[in-house]
Every structure is written in structure tokens, then in C-alpha cells.
Design a protein around this ligand. Structure first.
Ligand code: HEM
Ligand code: HEM
Length: 224
């Protein structure tokens, strides 16, 4: 696409979070039910990333903020009606329809990780760190739902990739490069986006790592 010079669209923390989630979800998938040490480590990593992404949705760069991309049903249906057009959309950030998929992906990943924390396996060796809070049957139910929600997550990821392929093939618009480099050319005037200062990223990393560490310890603080 020609147009403006390449202009920053996604900030670095949003991109790092996205690609780290991809790697860790794949790791959790391949190790689930088999290499449980790797599985739980990947799971804690996912939890840290999700905590960070939620925080960044309130204080991060403009295109990462929920208030910027979560729209009501009117805007979503309105955008849906124009989606079949073969022209590339000059969107700044997620489209209203893309936002639905982003929120669904985040919610299902949260549910997936939360169920894993309470999951109890048959012999109790590889149970989640919060499984001590529930009885055996509830822990087994969490295990079953952990498997079920994983099917939902797989479905959403397939839809996500299909949407990206649709933009590439039907609209001739490459969304992936911008998620890697952070930059994109715009057809119209380049947007003047606001990005967050580095200290907010550092604070977010501390909060996310602290939360993941505490959850991995079964929410038990060390005794001083
Ligand atoms: C959010 C990322 C996660 C994904 C994608 C994921 C996915 C999976 C998958 C595919 C399985 C295998 C299910 C089967 O046997 O067919 C599994 C099992 C399991 N996962 Fe996760 N998981 C995630 C996070 C977690 C977390 C954070 C924990 C807890 C620390 C956890 C604990 C478990 C346990 C205990 C099992 C074995 C359950 C059993 O043997 O019944 N998972 N997970
Ligand atoms: C486990 C697999 C994946 C998950 C869970 C996932 C999840 C997400 C989430 C939550 C977002 C929103 C980004 C944000 O605002 O933080 C997103 C956006 C995006 N993802 Fe993925 N993703 C996955 C795989 C992929 C893959 C393999 C690709 C590349 C082929 C990809 C390309 C993109 C692109 C281009 C966007 C931005 C879409 C836009 O322009 O609105 N994702 N993804």
C-alpha cells in the first residue's frame, strides 16, 4: 500500500506481549498433559503476559487501550457491513470487529489459565497451585473444563488467523508486518498517536511478574 511514510501504530510492549503469548500458548499446548514442568512454567508466563496486557489496556499507547478500540454493537455491525469491500481499510488500530476477537481471545486465555490453576490430575502429582483450595471432584471438573476451554481457544485462534488471511487475500492489506515492526503506511493523513513513557512499561513488568510469582506460589506470601 502506498500513502504516508511508515508511521508508528503499535507500541513495543504490545508487540512483545503478542508474540510472547503466541510462543507460550504454543508451548503450553504442546506440553499440556505430558511435560508438566514446562507446561506450568509456560502457563505462569501466559498469566504474567495477560496481567500486563490488561494493565497496558488502561495505561499503554493509544492503540493498545481498550477505550480506543472496544466499540458498541452499532459501530461493530456498521463495520461488519463494509467488510466485504475489496478496498483496504485505513484503520488506526483494531477494527470494531477485530476488537471483538481481541476481547474474546483475552477472555478465553484468562479462563484457560484460571482453570489450569485449579486443575487436579488423577494422582495429584501435577495439580495446579490453587487446587488445594477446592475438593478433588471440583479440581477434576476444572481439569475437564481446562480441556474444553482449550478447544474454544483453538477455535478463536483459527478465526484470528482466518481474519488475517482474509485481509491479506481479499483486501490486499498486510496486518502482520505492522504487528512485527510497529509501523504501517496510511492512505489518508498519518495519525498523531500518543504512546506511553517507558517507566509505565517497567512498572507493568514488575506488577505482572509479581502477580505471576504470587499465583505460582498458590497465593501464599513468604513468611518473614
Ligand atoms: C493459558 C495457557 C494454557 C494452555 C493453552 C493449556 C493447555 C492445556 C492442554 C492442551 C492440556 C492437556 C489436556 C489433555 O490432557 O488433553 C493441559 C493440561 C493441564 N494443564 Fe494446562 N494450559 C494452560 C495453562 C495452565 C496453567 C496456568 C496451569 C496451572 C499451573 C495448567 C495446568 C494443567 C494441568 C494440571 C493439566 C493436566 C490436567 C489433567 O491431567 O487432568 N495449565 N493444559
Ligand atoms: C496463539 C496464537 C495467537 C494468539 C492467542 C493471538 C492473540 C492476539 C491478540 C490478543 C491480539 C490483540 C493484540 C493487542 O491489542 O494486544 C492479536 C492481534 C494480532 N495478531 Fe495475533 N494471536 C495469535 C497468533 C497470531 C499469529 C500466528 C499471527 C500472524 C500470522 C498473528 C497476527 C496478529 C496481528 C497482525 C494482529 C493485529 C491485528 C490488527 O491489525 O487489528 N497472531 N493477536
Amino acid at each position: 500500500m502506498t500513502g504516508t511514510p511508515a508511521t508508528r501504530l503499535w507500541d513495543l510492549p504490545t508487540r512483545i506481549t503478542h508474540w510472547s503469548l503466541v510462543v507460550l500458548i504454543l508451548t503450553a499446548w504442546l506440553s499440556g498433559g505430558q511435560q508438566m514442568q514446562i507446561h506450568t512454567l509456560a502457563g505462569y508466563g501466559v498469566i504474567g503476559l495477560l496481567v500486563f496486557r490488561l494493565y497496558w489496556g488502561f495505561v499503554g499507547g493509544e492503540t493498545a487501550r481498550f477505550s480506543q478500540f472496544v466499540k458498541g454493537p452499532g459501530a461493530t455491525v456498521g463495520y461488519l457491513k463494509t467488510m466485504g469491500r475489496r478496498t483496504a481499510a485505513d484503520l488506526v488500530g483494531h477494527s470494531p470487529v477485530g476488537a471483538v476477537s481481541v476481547v474474546a481471545l483475552l477472555l478465553v486465555m484468562i479462563v484457560q489459565a484460571a482453570l489450569g490453576l485449579f486443575a487436579t490430575d488423577i494422582d495429584g502429582i501435577n495439580s495446579g497451585p490453587l487446587s488445594y483450595m477446592v475438593d478433588f471432584d471440583t479440581g477434576r471438573l476444572a481439569s475437564e473444563w481446562h480441556e474444553l476451554s482449550f478447544r474454544a481457544l483453538q477455535g478463536l485462534v483459527v478465526l484470528h488467523l482466518a481474519a488475517i488471511a482474509f485481509y491479506a487475500l481479499w483486501k490486499r492489506q498486510n496486518l502482520v508486518t505492522a504487528m512485527i515492526t510497529g509501523k504501517r503506511r496510511f492512505i489518508g493523513p498519518a495519525p498523531n498517536l500518543k504512546f506511553a513513557p517507558a517507566w509505565r512499561f517497567v512498572l507493568g513488568v514488575v506488577i505482572a511478574a509479581g502477580a505471576a510469582w504470587l499465583i505460582a506460589r498458590g497465593l501464599k506470601l513468604p513468611k518473614l
